[in-house]
Design a protein around this ligand. Structure first.
Ligand code: PLP
Length: 398
């Protein structure tokens, strides 16, 4: 079997639609089948033994490998420009697998001070129990990364654009700094997705995705992915994942595969809406500030231009009357749904300080720019006019 659409130079729309398909298919099926099986029969004991040693290819057991999950891994690896990818049970499964695979007692991590709340909590409170040290810095200024590196640093972890402040970090510059010190760079690419940003092409060694978000895009499944640039790092990741067992289920993989097929279409539409909403909010008298990488006044607008193929569908803003004003907006939207998560066809609004980022102390949040007044908006694919009018009506109540 070979990959059907692995021709170099195929476009991103083509690869998102056909990325995981194999040639030949079993029965000419157009949708990749769900191989909902935990184990695979061996024709002989010798064949089973040969599969275990790796002498012969073939499936053994779904925690190790499964054809439907393989298809999703091939598709995402292709989109990310990776050597290979490993699918995890959730985005947090991807973050924890990377930490488990690449860190050990006594090692040190340099991470963005703005990370998805639980990612920071995982490193700061859980991995610290095993002797892992961490320094959280503002990575949008790469000088801070240089300052934070130590002789025992093994991993630099960043999110760009960052959840929820929308800060943008220069991936290539950070990769150069990390590599000069012999350190691995991992980038959580969830806010951009591989359609808009491919960190591995800019020197990162590992990419983390919460597939729950843009890759799937329909708010109906949770999943994650780790993609690696080299075979060596990929093997460490795969080994850790297989042992810890936070693997994906075939049905989950199939749903995400179905979602990936429309990733480019959805993101084009959503980011067009996001750009228009960012300008609309910037001009609104009740809105005090807006952070969207596509706005010329975003502090890292030029870096976003350089490393992203589009500015994405996430933004954050603050309104008059601080926290209370924000709550009023969230309580009065109707088309937009008040819920955490992001990256779906439906627009979602949430309040990081009291929802996704409650694992951080107020002091940590404020240092990282996650102010109590900050509202995060995941822009979906609805009609722009409906989203604009919905926000306008809600802002009128402030
Ligand atoms: N990384 C980022 C940037 C996220 O926003 C999230 C979830 O919101 C995660 C990781 C965790 O993903 P999951 O909820 O799929 O575990």
């Amino acid at each position: 079997m070979s990959l059907k659409h692995s021709k170099p130079g195929a476009g991103k729309f083509t690869r998102a639609i056909h990325g995981g398909e194999m040639d030949p298919s079993l029965f000419g099926e157009v949708s990749i089948p769900i191989f909902q099986t935990s184990t695979f029969a061996f024709p002989t004991a010798e064949e089973g033994a040969a599969r275990f040693t790796g002498e012969r290819p073939g499936y053994i057991y779904t925690r190790l490998k499964n054809p439907t999950i393989d298809a999703l891994e091939r598709c995402v690896a292709d989109l990310e420009g990776a050597y290979a990818a490993a699918a995890t049970a959730s985005g947090m499964g991807a973050v924890s697998t990377v930490c488990f695979a690449l860190l050990e007692s006594g090692s040190h991590v340099v991470a963005s001070e703005v990370l998805y709340g639980p990612s920071r909590v995982l490193i700061e409170r859980e991995f610290s129990r095993f002797g892992v040290q961490a320094t959280f810095v503002d990575t949008t200024d790469t000088g801070n990364v240089v300052q934070a590196l130590r002789s025992n640093t093994r991993l630099v972890l960043l999110e760009t654009p960052a959840n929820p402040t929308m800060g943008v970090t220069d991936i290539q510059a950070t990769a150069d700094i990390a590599h000069d010190a012999g350190v691995i760079l991992a980038v959580d690419n969830t806010f951009a997705s591989p359609y808009l940003q491919r960190p591995l092409e800019r020197g990162a060694d590992v990419v983390i995705e919460s597939c729950t978000k843009f890759l799937n895009g329909h708010a109906d499944v949770v999943g994650g992915m780790v993609a690696a640039r080299s075979e060596t790092v990929y093997k460490r990741i795969r080994h850790a994942l297989t042992l810890c067992g936070g693997t994906m289920d075939p049905h989950q993989a199939w749903l995400i595969l179905r979602g990936v097929r429309t990733l480019p279409l959805r993101l084009e539409r959503a980011q067009d809406n996001a750009m228009k909403l960012a300008f609309f909010l910037s001009d609104h008298p009740k809105v005090l500030w807006v952070k969207y990488p596509g706005l010329p006044d975003h502090p890292q607008h030029q870096i976003a231009r350089k490393q992203m193929d589009g500015f994405g569908a996430m933004l954050c803003f603050g309104v008059r009357n601080g926290v209370q004003g924000g709550r009023t907006v969230m309580n009065h939207v109707q088309t937009i749904t008040l819920a955490v998560s992001l990256g779906g066809v439906e627009s979602l609004i949430e309040h990081p300080a009291s929802m996704t980022h409650t694992g951080l102390s107020k002091e940590q949040r404020e240092k990282a720019g996650i102010f109590d007044e900050l509202i995060r908006l995941s822009v979906g694919c609805e009609d722009f006019e409906d989203l604009r009018d919905d926000l306008d009506r809600a802002l009128e109540q402030v």
